[in-house]
Design a protein around this ligand. Structure first.
Ligand code: AMP
Ligand code: MG
Length: 411
């Protein structure tokens, strides 16, 4: 927890995150689903391997299998059979003999080594070996990938495309996972119109629900989209009550400032238990977190950059915990910043940056330019955050800064 106090009334980012996470209870309901529908679900059990992978010694090459003793005695061996993937040679291969073998085919009993076909000379059934071989060459050993009984994936792990392949390779057809979360999203604002509609004077296109839907989909969360709700106490209250009755979490955007049309706080005071926060972060100062009667509530700021960054840095972390997922992989690096950055002490900045490799092969970061909280293109161009701690002032070109690479939820 940061003890930096130069921004009175603002909650340090780390305290906000810690406080929020301490109030999140992970889901416990589980279900069994076919592995081909399990992408991004969170495992409810440890997976232990029911077999060795591979489950028999097999050839890594198209070539010839033999016992190493054979080519110590003679460089030409007699071909006595073939072993194909799925059609193994079940006979005996004696000293002085070899077997034609294909990639993935089971090693014949009494063979321990394979030579690739490019390195032999074939004359009818006589195979001449041109090079010395190490015992075991080009043989994939039983269990060299995964051993019988080994823990392969742990409870709380979010299943990736590769994990689904691993499950298939173990012969596992269904997995036990935690149920999907349901999240309701509500965009508030009289000025908001849907893309495709005509804009009237003073209107803008609604952006936040589109970004949130896409990110929630990547999180494997079922979205209940309430669309645009006008800046009206009764309308917002009705939407919140309906959303709370259907969802595990409710996310609104807009209306969390203290302007005349900012009703979110009032509705929350009326319906639930609310921590209404001003967080010492930029973008994103106004952010609400709390509990409605049946669900968790996140109130994001309206500005699209603020909404996205607070969702990504705060709400998403909480939703991941709620999904029962143990890991959220975000990589931070220390790199040189190639130009000056504006910053006043007081809030933790999540500036948008582009990490690249310069002509000397060194990692360097540049700003994406104007950082206003309404400038969504500053995020679209970026591949990382430049995270500047609250107490930090401006950055001079050449200074080392901390960056956080964008994870797959944001790109
Ligand atoms: P508010 O928090 O409601 O005061 O909104 C702050 C700013 O964000 C205003 O300029 C709003 O027009 C804008 N805004 C609010 N909600 C959205 C939205 N869903 N999409 C795009 N811009 C929004
Ligand atoms: Mg508004």
């Amino acid at each position: 927890m940061s003890d930096y106090c130069a921004a009175p009334g603002l909650l340090p980012f780390d305290s906000a995150l810690e406080n929020m996470l301490s109030q999140i209870t992970p889901v416990t309901d589980t279900l069994s689903i076919p592995i081909n529908q399990s992408l991004n679900y969170v495992l409810a059990i440890d997976i232990t391997s029911p077999l060795n992978v591979p489950n028999h010694d097999n050839s890594a090459m198209d070539g010839y299998a033999f016992a190493i003793e054979s080519i110590k005695k003679a460089s030409t061996l007699t071909l006595v059979g073939r072993s194909m993937a799925g059609a193994p040679f079940e006979g005996e291969c004696k000293i002085g003999e070899c077997i034609r073998i294909m990639t993935g085919a089971k090693m014949p009993v009494s063979c321990d080594t394979v030579e690739m076909q490019e390195n032999v000379q074939v004359s009818e059934d006589n195979i001449s070996f041109l090079e010395d071989k190490q015992c075991g060459a080009h043989v994939r050993k039983v269990g060299e990938d995964i051993k019988l009984g080994q823990t392969v994936l742990r409870q709380g792990h979010k299943l990736s495309a590769v994990d689904i392949g691993v499950l298939a390779s173990l012969g596992i057809s269904t997995v036990k996972v935690f149920r999907q979360l349901k999240v309701a999203i509500i965009a508030t604002g009289d000025e908001l119109k849907l893309p495709g509609q005509m804009l009237e004077s003073g209107d803008i296109y609604e952006t936040n629900s589109f970004v949130l839907c896409a990110m929630l989909e990547k999180l494997n969360i079922e979205v209940i989209n309430f669309g645009i709700i006008e800046d009206d106490f009764a309308a917002i209250k009705e939407a919140f009550i309906e959303a709370d009755s259907q969802a595990d979490a409710v996310i609104s955007s807009g209306g969390v400032s203290v302007g005349e049309a900012d009703f979110t706080k009032m509705v929350l005071d009326d319906l639930g238990e609310i921590g209404f926060w001003k967080i010492a972060m930029k973008p994103g100062k106004p952010f609400a977190f709390g509990k409605l009667p049946n669900s968790i509530f996140f109130g994001l700021p309206g500005n699209p950059v603020s909404a996205l960054v607070t969702f990504h840095q705060l709400a998403l972390v909480a939703l991941t915990k709620m999904q029962h997922a143990v890991e959220l992989t975000r990589t931070s690096l220390q790199v040189k910043c190639i130009h000056d950055l504006k910053k006043s002490p007081g809030r933790m900045d999540f500036q948008r940056g582009v990490l690249s490799v310069d002509a000397q092969g060194e990692n360097v970061v540049a700003s994406t330019g104007a950082q206003g909280s309404g400038i969504l293109s500053s995020l679209a161009k970026a591949n990382c955050y430049i995270i500047l701690p609250a107490e930090q002032g401006k950055v001079k070109a050449g200074e080392i800064v901390t960056i956080q690479l964008f994870d797959s939820y944001i790109v």
